[in-house]
Design a protein around this ligand. Structure first.
Ligand SMILES: [Zn+2]
Ligand SMILES: [Zn+2]
Length: 361
């Protein structure tokens, strides 16, 4: 594994901004779309993403700097076999939702459509997200450059609005959140012009996400810290990637298993032989026993979908269907008629009854 700093061509002291700039420049240069048919560029692009994923996350970067591995010391980290450490996955809401805290940015949702093959192999996808990011001019403070938020003139910095009401029991003091500063205790007298004092700006961004092999339709992947920026120093929200897997013309999926219909020519079903069965990869030649019937199944172990976050693959189940030949030539029809005669089976366009009637006319 190459050094992440070297991959991005930055110093170990690089700021988040410098990392982002270096990553964007190189990602454009090595993007597979810009280098069709160049596996080296594709590989380098992967390394870039991997390096940026680690270094752009303060916790992972700190782990990487200290231990040379971003996962070190991170409790409860879920790892997809080393393919992508960026994600933790949960299905149907299990695994705990995002933590809420004061000033935390909102989560955002992006949708990704995959073919079955992409879901099986895992894929890198660019998703476009519209999000609120920290304002670059005021670094999220909301105050114009060179100025600082000042103490709120209404509440004097307490963040509370106190009111004294006279009641029959005497004077009662109530404290509510200061409406001027929203409870923060400070106000911005000269707001940043870039963000109008909000500290965050709306940005459209292309984000590269690594989809691990084996994802199923309806799965959600969480990319920690890639949601909206927090309010004035709060934690960023998370990005959730909703996966839709498109139906496949040959394979149906049930968990980690795949199923498909396999046509067996009548002659092969009767005499035995071999046929090609479709798989996610190249077709597999399988043996057919003499006397095979429609409805029998063939199971290929380890040829189904990869187990998400685990080892191995499910099975591929082929449902055999004996195929009756159509559009017979005269010669073929003759042969089958002779075969039917040997077995005493009634064949022909017209039934036996019609033939008898004809004979008496
Ligand atoms: Zn600003
Ligand atoms: Zn106030």
């Amino acid at each position: 594994m190459p050094d992440h700093y070297e991959t991005l061509g930055v110093d170990r002291t690089a700021t988040a901004e410098e990392l982002k700039r270096a990553y964007r420049k190189l990602a454009r240069q090595y993007h597979p779309d810009a280098n069709p048919g160049n596996p080296d560029a594709a590989e380098h692009f992967k390394e870039l993403n991997r390096a940026y994923e680690v270094l752009s996350d303060p916790q992972k970067r700190s782990n990487y700097d200290t231990y040379g591995d971003e996962r070190a010391g991170a409790a409860g980290f879920s790892d997809f076999g080393g393919i992508s450490d960026l994600f933790s996955t949960f299905f149907g809401g299990g695994g705990g939702g995002p933590r809420r805290g004061p000033g935390r940015g909102n989560d955002i949702l992006a949708e990704v459509e995959l073919t079955l093959h992409e879901a099986a192999q895992g894929v890198e996808r660019e998703v476009e997200i519209t999000s609120l990011a920290e304002c670059e001019e005021c670094h999220g403070s909301g105050a114009a450059q060179g100025t600082f938020p000042s103490r709120c003139s209404d509440c004097g910095g307490t963040g509370e609005a106190r009111q004294v009401r006279r009641t029959v029991f005497g004077n009662v003091m109530t404290a509510t959140t200061c409406p001027r500063c929203g409870g923060r205790g400070e106000e911005i007298t000269s707001p940043c012009r870039n963000c109008n004092g909000r500290g965050r700006v709306q940005v459209g961004e292309m984000l590269s996400v690594q989809i691990p092999p084996g994802v199923d339709d309806g799965a959600q992947l969480r990319v920690t810290g890639r949601g909206e920026a927090g309010v004035r120093g709060g934690r960023s929200g998370d990005l959730y990637v909703q996966i839709a897997v498109l139906p496949h013309e040959t394979f149906r999926r049930a968990g980690d298993d795949l199923a498909c219909e396999v046509l067996v020519p009548m002659t092969v079903a009767a005499l035995g032989g071999s046929i090609e069965m479709p798989t996610l990869e190249d077709p597999e030649v399988i043996d057919i026993e003499p006397g095979t019937q429609s409805g029998e199944v063939v199971r290929l172990r380890g040829r189904g979908m990869p187990r998400l976050g685990g080892r191995g693959r499910g099975e591929l189940v082929g449902l055999l269907k004996v195929e009756t030949p159509r559009d017979l030539t005269d010669e073929e029809a003759d042969l089958i008629e002779r075969f039917a005669k040997l077995r005493g089976e009634r064949v022909g366009q017209r039934g036996l009854f019609d033939k008898i009637k004809e004979a008496f006319q």
